[in-house]
Design a protein around this ligand. Structure first.
Ligand code: SAM
Ligand code: SF4
Length: 383
């Protein structure tokens, strides 16, 4: 069945972490009622063109959406339920930060309709949390994870690795402790340093390539042995505990994006009779987004039809991150074309023969060996 997700971006945080490249800002006085109204306006607008779709997931991301008033979440979830048909397995995820979590608030989030929580633990070492500019200690993160476990049946924890100075032994130890906290899902991200971040300005580097590869290999080994293999390059879960909303992106399915800087993808049948996908982007700056939505009822910055070549690259880039790879049948449904007609046969054969890719009539996917060389394989395949 086609999935259809709704992403809601909350752009505020208590402080800006030095590695963070997300659209997140330290909010001054936030007028929660005004933000509620703006989300409501945007939901009604998107419902006009997509209310024939069944919503399979809602994701509150940020920023720190656990700083939203539970009432705001409840209103958004209820409006979505009024305006769209809802899948019986609707997944509603909220990203939460251990420094802004209290048992009572978590319980209100659950009562508002959230049924999955993603907790940004980042590290279980105090020194690393300090280096990452986090506002919480390891003990607080552990406490928060325990609280989450009492309240939510489904939850995930995020860890960051491959930072400068990390050793294999320390990471092994940290992963083991992470496994004690995680139940069915854990996300482990290699540190990236993007221009514009504080780390970039300070010329801080990540672990070198050889160490990063070894840390990646150990991660696969430890989490795989614990029954949580990677279903996406950085996301590990027990079977059927994958994050359904993130699968929407990686499988190239449609989603609506609400809130500052949010992206969306909507597909319709074009004049040629083939599916055509539009990329939509909301205004990035929170204050402007709010003002424009209040004044015009639309927070869109850009909306354009994606040329097939662009859409093709996007589906391949995203799909190869998944252990299930790219489904040839889904590719036809999404684009009206056949995947293998658009890949260079010599490159494809070469990558399959060297053990990086595996192809069948139903899918194209990276082998475990290929997964550790994701960027290089994609460069070779898409050039
Ligand atoms: C939208 S962010 C943050 C959610 C929440 N505000 C927090 O910080 O806990 C989602 C996740 O992306 C990861 N992340 C963010 N920036 C990163 C970076 N530069 N390198 C690696 N992982 C990063 C973190 O693990 C984070 O939990
Ligand atoms: S990592 Fe999370 S808490 Fe830190 S600035 Fe980014 S979104 Fe905010």
């Amino acid at each position: 069945m086609a999935q259809f997700g709704i992403y809601v971006h909350w752009p505020f945080c208590e402080s800006k972490c030095p590695y963070c490249d997300f659209n997140s800002h330290v909010g001054k006085a936030i007028d929660h009622e005004a933000w509620r109204r703006a989300y409501r306006v945007e939901l009604c607008r998107y419902a006009i063109e997509t209310s024939h779709r069944t919503v399979t997931s809602i994701f509150f991301g940020g920023g720190t959406p656990s700083l939203m008033e539970p009432r705001t979440l409840a209103e958004i979830i209820n409006i979505i339920k009024e305006l769209w048909p809802i899948s019986k397995d609707l997944e509603v995820t909220l990203e939460a930060n251990p420094s802004s979590t209290e048992v009572e608030t978590f319980d209100s989030f659950r009562r508002a309709g959230v049924n999955r929580l993603s907790l940004g633990v980042q590290s279980l070492e105090d020194a690393t949390l300090l280096f990452l500019g986090r506002r919480h200690s390891a003990a607080e993160a552990i406490e928060a994870a325990k609280t989450v476990a009492q309240i939510f049946e489904r939850y995930s924890i995020d860890l960051i690795y491959a930072w400068p100075g990390q050793t294999i032994d320390r990471w092994r130890h940290e992963l083991d402790r992470g496994l004690d906290l995680a139940k069915d899902h854990i996300a482990v991200y290699q540190l990236t340093i993007e221009p514009g971040t504080q780390f970039y300005k300070e010329k801080i580097s990540t672990a070198d390539e050889a160490l990063s590869e070894e840390l990646f290999r150990i991660t696969q080994e430890i989490l795989g042995a614990a029954g949580m293999p990677a279903y996406e390059i950085s996301n590990h879960a027990r079977p059927r505990q994958e994050c359904s909303h993130n699968l929407v992106y990686w499988r190239g399915e449609d989603y609506v994006g609400l809130g500052p800087g949010a992206h969306g993808r909507l597909t319709k049948t074009g004049s040629s009779g083939l599916p055509e996908t539009e990329a939509i982007q909301e205004i990035r700056a929170p204050d402007r987004w709010l003002k424009v939505v209040q004044a015009k009822g639309v927070g869109t910055q850009k909306r354009k039809k994606l040329p097939f070549e662009h859409r093709f690259d996007e589906i391949v880039l995203m799909g190869l991150r998944l252990s299930e790879g790219i489904s040839t049948e889904r590719f036809v449904r999404l684009t009206g074309r056949r995947l293998f007609d658009y890949l260079k046969p010599d490159r494809l054969d070469g990558l399959c023969k060297s053990g990086f890719l595996s192809r069948s009539c139903t899918n194209l996917r990276l082998t475990p060996h290929g997964l550790s060389r994701l960027d290089a394989v994609i460069r070779e395949l898409l050039v």
